[in-house]
Design a protein around this ligand. Structure first.
Ligand code: G3P
Ligand code: MG
Length: 245
């Protein structure tokens, strides 16, 4: 049976109303009523899985330099909220472990995007999968991994074969099916920008659910749902939720 994606996922938490990839963002998504969040995980310089989108610290923290060259203790000292708004000052870059704890305490599910620093694709994929195998309770539905990096997906599969995985792409490529099958993925995740109704039909007729990012307007989301898109990943999940209840 095809994997069942949720209808709405909060992108990087709820990135329009709280700083992305922070615990405040995950809490905000929960407050907004969305049951699933997406966030990005990469390794600090000393190998600790953390929530962070960019390779560099500048955009979402008050630090400088490459994440890959910065130890977890130094990343921890940075402010990851003030750039977004003064009410979020003091927010920290969460460890993946902290995010897992918050998901469990709030009853949230997640699409965990493996966003490795260049050259660390396999190491990051394996670390994320192993951490989940250690910390996510066996009696709960497993979290969904995803990545643009096939090496990360392959390493995650090798480390913990049972975890569901989605292949992330921009535009859906002609060989999407071979790639999804080759990696043993359960879903395809693509940008909404170059998508058309015929492509959505092809993917769904191929037996794979489709997650589409990043859609922040209800009108566009309604069009995509009408094409058969299964799941919308949005910075504004509160704008999309009314379409599906
Ligand atoms: O997983 C969907 C989306 O997050 C992929 O793009 O750059 O926002 O991580 P990005
Ligand atoms: Mg992402």
């Amino acid at each position: 049976m095809a994997y069942r994606l949720p209808r709405v996922v909060g992108h990087r938490g709820a990135a329009a109303s709280a700083p992305e990839n922070t615990l405040a963002g995950l809490r905000r998504a929960h407050q907004l009523g969305v049951g699933w969040v997406e966030f990005d995980v990469k390794l600090s310089g000393d190998g600790v899985p953390i929530l962070m989108h960019d390779a560099m610290l500048e955009r979402t923290t008050d630090g400088q330099g490459a994440v890959a060259n910065t130890a977890y203790a130094a990343i921890r000292a940075l402010d990851a909220g003030a750039w977004f708004g003064p009410e979020f000052a003091g927010e920290r870059v969460p460890s993946f472990d902290e995010a897992i704890d918050l998901l469990l305490s709030h009853g949230l599910m997640a699409n965990v995007e493996i966003k490795a620093c260049a050259g660390r694709e396999r190491e990051t994929g394996a670390a994320v999968a192993r951490r989940l195998a250690e910390r996510w309770p066996q009696d709960r539905p497993p979290l969904l991994l995803s990545s643009f990096a096939e090496a990360s997906l392959d390493a995650a599969r090798e480390a913990v074969p049972a975890l569901p995985r989605g292949l992330l792409v921009g535009k859906v490529p002609p060989d999407w099916r071979a790639r999804v099958e080759g990696l043993g993925c359960v879903s395809l995740h693509c940008s909404h920008r170059e998508l058309d109704a015929a492509t959505v039909s092809r993917v769904r007729e191929g037996g794979y659910p489709l997650l589409v990012y990043t859609v922040n307007e209800a009108e566009r989301a309604a069009e995509l749902f009408a094409w058969g898109v299964d799941c919308i990943c949005s910075d504004r999940p509160e704008a999309i939720l009314p379409l599906v209840v």
